[in-house]
Design a binder for this molecule. Sequence first.
Ligand SMILES: [Zn+2]
Length: 129
Amino acid sequence: MNAKQINSFRKQLVNEIARLSLNQAMAEMRLAGDAETASDIIDKAALEERINFAFRMRERERLLSRKIKRALVRIEEGTFGICQGCGEDIPIARLKARPVTDYCLDCKTRMEARERAFESGRMGVLEAG
Ligand SMILES: [Zn+2]
């Protein structure tokens, strides 16, 4: 990967972090506005639901911004775009679609298959218990 490509990924990642924080700030402002105007019980129930949704979104966005920060660290360390599983270069097309990825598609697929096997194994135990 050349310096120009690295720079464009860095820009993309930084923009994504900015977008996430802006989203979050706006969601909180909207909720605060709703909380002020929610008067009857139905409003409050709907508000509660939206707050729960906002919390789940926030959790997801927090995870994503952590991944983005890790990707930015990898750019600084010079390991960005290298698969953490096999040490091979991750194809540019995959990085463009998912710049926060740590793994090439092969390793990711293998890991997910293992996770699924683990999950179903655990489910089996739960069902047996
Ligand atoms: Zn790999």
